[in-house]
Design a protein around this ligand. Structure first.
Ligand SMILES: [Zn+2]
Length: 117
């Protein structure tokens, strides 16, 4: 999951396609218009045999502010490898509280971040 997020950030289309289950893999993936990703939060995950779920929130920069894409992704394991199967993403505007983790990924509380707001 984290490796797929990293791949989205770095626009590694080949990696994303390779880790996508062949039953749902898009024929083409254009990441040129993808958001300016900032950080990733894993909200919940579970694994049961060869099926797993990862509920995550991926945060991106808006100008100004922050947006998020949240999804409970379904993964399947085949021959020892995990593949992304499907998920229903929804997006919104993130309004972080002062004491919440900073969305920029700096690891500080939002109020303590020294980066651009
Ligand atoms: Zn920050």
């Amino acid at each position: 999951m984290r490796s797929r997020f990293t791949a989205f950030v770095l626009k590694l289309e080949d990696y994303l396609r390779a880790s996508w289950h062949d039953s749902t893999r898009p024929t083409a993936l254009d990441l040129h218009h993808s958001p300016d990703w900032a950080s990733l939060r894993i909200l919940d995950s579970d694994e049961n045999g060869n099926t797993g779920h990862v509920h995550f929130q991926a945060i991106y920069r808006l100008n100004p502010g922050w947006g998020y894409l949240q999804e409970r992704s379904h993964f399947v394991r085949e021959n020892g490898r995990w593949y992304y199967l499907e998920g229903q993403p929804h997006e919104g505007v993130l309004k972080p509280g002062r004491n919440e983790p900073c969305p920029c990924g700096c690891g500080r509380k939002f109020k303590a971040c020294e980066g651009p707001k």
